[in-house]
Design a protein around this ligand. Structure first.
Ligand code: AMP
Ligand code: GLY
Length: 419
């Protein structure tokens, strides 16, 4: 079969890599992809939001299955569009992807169905929002309602910071229209973890857990980034917690969406925090995580095409999803300066040695192929995943891989997965 993957980051490279292992797959296309993805898939120069062009391409090429990696097209209704054209596509429709597209919606859903999450209020009016924070406790968390590249969340320690934050979101509109509505939330403390799950509309199958490091520098210092590294499993997510989450969070979320007429097929990403009072949902995403996918999919035993098809067909309960009992760690190599300004176009060396090394996979996030050589082409450039017999072994292997690859101004965290 012919498969098209929509997106261009490390996550999409991991999806393409896993698809390439499927005996069912003859050819993979990726739109728009990146330099590294081009070694496994034919790159199609169409942007993820160019729905008309993507539909035309899928029809013309006779694509049997399209997999949407990114959030923007999902929230924008790409799945509805493909379905209307009779094309098979993996991902939620817009009315279900709204769990990521609107924080106000997802908080309301959780409140209505008693799914544990931080206490909150929603505001459309700056003065009312300010009045509310004046009466509340600190720190307080401000969240722009819509997609803001993961950056629309502000943790404010004082009233001055909160006032400034509300101004940034609601008046200066730093994150555009997504700041018209703001969720003001209770600040929670505890370990965070990510549990991605396959979902066919009724059955939900959680994947192995992962943990993300969002800050730019060691010791969780510096600015928030798209993610500087991940590891799997999380050190705190026990089988007992998994069982509890299934009962109080995963299945209730899927059932709630169904009751609201928003059947979810695709991947629900549960962003969780283990607080002293128990597990809480920090956020939902409507897609695979980046860079969580780079540590989760290498642990999946099954042919992923079978799982994608079962999600579309509503037959996930017939599939025995199996995982390797090992550990994985992914260290992101970023361009110096990221997440602020950085330069692109530096030659990357050592990729061949790293790819030949045992138990190392190099996923490309922001690379381009220029005159036969890979060059840096984004903030996050590569994700070096180590596969080990357990988590600590995986971390050692990943860091050995990191040493093999180089480019000018290479920046990475040295504490990925470290306790
Ligand atoms: P989100 O985009 O909702 O995942 O938020 C981004 C990050 O902000 C999360 O991964 C947390 O580290 C932090 N965060 C979000 N909500 C809260 C909260 N209620 N309490 C503490 N930290 C939070
Ligand atoms: N790693 C967090 C995300 O994909 O949103």
């Amino acid at each position: 079969m012919k498969v098209l993957v929509v997106g261009s980051g490390g996550r999409e490279h991991a999806i393409v890599w896993k698809l390439s292992k499927s005996p069912k797959v003859d050819k993979i296309y990726c739109a728009p992809g990146n330099g590294g993805i081009g070694t496994l898939a034919e790159l199609v120069p169409i942007g993820a939001m160019e729905f008309d062009k993507l539909v035309d391409f899928a029809k013309k090429e006779g694509i049997d299955l399209t997999v949407i990696g990114m959030d923007d097209p999902l929230v924008g209704g790409i799945v509805d569009r493909f379905e209307a054209e009779g094309l098979r596509v993996f991902g939620p429709r817009a009315n279900a992807a709204v769990i990521e597209g609107s924080k106000a919606f997802s908080k309301e859903l959780m409140k209505k169905y008693n799914i544990p999450t931080a206490a909150y209020e929603t505001f459309n009016d700056y003065d009312k929002a300010l009045e509310y924070v004046k009466k509340g406790e600190f720190p307080v968390v401000l969240k722009a309602d819509g997609l803001a590249l993961g950056k629309g969340v502000l943790i404010c320690n004082t009233l001055e910071e909160a006032e400034e934050g509300l101004k940034t979101l609601m008046i200066d509109k730093k994150f555009g229209e997504s700041g018209n509505t703001v969720v003001i939330e209770e600040f929670l403390t505890g370990q965070e973890m990510s549990v991605l799950s396959f979902c066919d509309g009724k059955t939900v199958v959680p994947m192995v857990s992962a943990q993300d490091h969002k800050r730019a520098y060691d010791g969780d210092k510096g600015l928030n980034t798209g993610g500087m590294g991940t590891f799997s499993p999380s050190r705190v997510y026990t089988p007992k917690l998994a069982e509890e989450c299934m009962k109080s969070i995963y299945q209730p979320t899927v059932d709630a969406l169904n009751k609201e007429g928003r059947t979810f097929k695709g991947v629900i990403f549960f962003g969780l925090m283990l607080t002293p009072k128990g597990m809480r949902v920090i956020e939902y995403n409507a897609r695979f995580g980046d860079p969580e996918t780079q540590v989760v999919l290498p642990r999946l035993k099954n042919d992923i095409v079978e799982i994608f098809e079962a999600c579309i067909d509503g037959t996930l309960d017939k599939i025995n999803v199996e995982w390797y009992d090992n550990g994985t760690a992914c260290v992101v190599l970023a361009s110096g300066g990221y997440p602020e300004s950085y330069k692109k176009g530096y030659e990357i060396t050592g990729l061949e040695q790293a790819e030949k090394a045992e138990n190392i996979i190099v996923f490309h996030a922001g690379t381009a192929l220029k005159e036969g050589k890979f060059v840096t082409n984004g903030g996050r450039v590569l994700g070096v995943t180590g596969i080990g017999k357990d988590l600590d072994d995986a971390i050692d292997i990943a860091y050995k891989g990191v040493e093999l690859v180089d480019f000018k101004d290479k920046h990475f965290r040295k504490d990925i997965g470290i306790k």
